[in-house]
Write a protein that binds this ligand. Structure first.
Ligand SMILES: *[C@@H]1O[C@H](CO)[C@@H](O)[C@H](O)[C@H]1NC(C)=O
Ligand SMILES: *[C@@H]1O[C@H](CO)[C@@H](O)[C@H](O)[C@H]1NC(C)=O
Ligand SMILES: *[C@@H]1O[C@H](CO)[C@@H](O)[C@H](O)[C@H]1NC(C)=O
Ligand SMILES: [Ca+2]
Length: 156
């Protein structure tokens, strides 16, 4: 009996660890330039988890992170839950303007005609990338974060 209980306790702890600690899938390879999406909060830095709201400097547990999707991550998740294989998600995501700033995800990630496929070379010009999950507004000098967006995504 004791062995039985101990076994099940161990199994429970192990499962919790898997769910909360280890199982942090890396989806960035399934979108073009996934590892080089600029951080609109800090010039010259990358946003590590493109589908999440967390600025790279904020350490979140995998569990909290899983709940903190930005609009791009939410669309990615929707596609995934709809049964689209990871390798084919971009073909659908590319045409959507997830963050609603007037530019499709394809435009933001330098694949405006949605021709990039999984494992092929990154398209376009990497210096022109913008974040597909964080809306920007255009002013005279280019695309900028509004003060409200800045407050939401770029805590000091
Ligand atoms: C995700 O995978 C890519 C390669 O597919 C790798 O370059 C990158 O470092 C990985 N990121 C994390 C956080 O593991
Ligand atoms: C889900 O899949 C169906 C069938 O392939 C498709 O018609 C529908 O547009 C998809 N929905 C989303 C949100 O991707
Ligand atoms: C890429 O874009 C940058 C910034 O707009 C520009 O300076 C550079 O010349 C471009 N590179 C190519 C190969 O077009
Ligand atoms: Ca957009």
């Amino acid at each position: 009996m004791e062995t039985y209980v101990a076994f099940h306790l161990c199994w429970l702890l192990f499962s919790m660890l898997i769910q909360n600690g280890f199982a942090h899938p890396n989806f960035t390879q399934f979108i073009p330039h996934g590892q080089h999406v600029p951080d609109p909060c800090t010039a010259g830095q990358f946003w590590q988890s493109v589908g999440h709201t967390s600025h790279e400097k904020i350490i979140m547990s995998a569990n909290d992170k899983a709940k903190s999707w930005n609009p791009f991550g939410a669309d990615f998740k929707k596609e995934k839950e709809n049964g689209t294989t990871l390798e084919h998600i971009w073909a659908n995501l590319c045409w959507i303007d997830s963050d609603g700033d007037g530019r499709t995800n394809g435009v933001e990630l330098e694949d405006p005609t949605c021709t990039w496929t999984y494992a092929s070379a990154n398209p376009g010009n990497a210096s022109k990338l913008t974040h597909p999950g964080i809306p920007e507004v255009k002013d005279g000098t280019g695309w900028k974060l509004s003060p409200a967006t800045k407050e939401k995504y770029c805590p000091a």
